[in-house]
Design a binder for this molecule. Structure first.
Ligand code: FES
Length: 133
């Protein structure tokens, strides 16, 4: 007769075996990754950002498109005094408060008074959609 402890231990081991098998199946693992990826909200469609331009998303991020197949994402919070950048034009990300400008490729300061670059955000682009990575 099995003791309660033995039953729990064996049940746990069997459960772990099942979890191992589940985790080791490539098709299911990629399916789980795809589901996890799809759960992240779409920040923008690639078609909504013109080459050389960009857009502010949710007042929190600024996504730029320096080249046809290159997308970058930065914090939209100006490093000077924290205003939200207003948009992208003339090849720079622009802050309306005191005129700081940032490079659309690197986020580096092109014109002050901002003291440092905009922090970069990792993104993933697939199926014409841009999501945080
Ligand atoms: S807060 Fe952006 S330039 Fe001052």
């Amino acid at each position: 007769m099995l003791t309660r402890r033995a039953l729990i231990t064996r049940g746990g081991a069997a459960g772990a075996g099942v979890m191992f098998l589940w985790a080791s199946t490539p098709a299911e693992a990629s399916s789980a990754e795809a589901a996890e990826e799809a759960a992240k909200p779409v920040l923008a469609k690639t078609s909504s950002i013109r080459v050389g331009g960009g857009k502010v998303v949710k007042g929190k991020y600024v996504i730029t498109r320096p080249k046809r197949n290159v997308f970058k994402c930065f914090s939209a919070k100006c490093t000077h005094q924290g205003c939200t950048v207003s948009g992208v034009s003339g090849g720079t990300i622009n802050c309306p408060c005191h005129g700081s400008k940032y490079d659309i490729t690197t986020g580096a300061v092109v014109q002050g008074p901002a003291p440092r670059a905009l922090p970069r955000k990792k993104i993933k682009v697939s199926g014409g959609k841009i999501r945080l990575a």
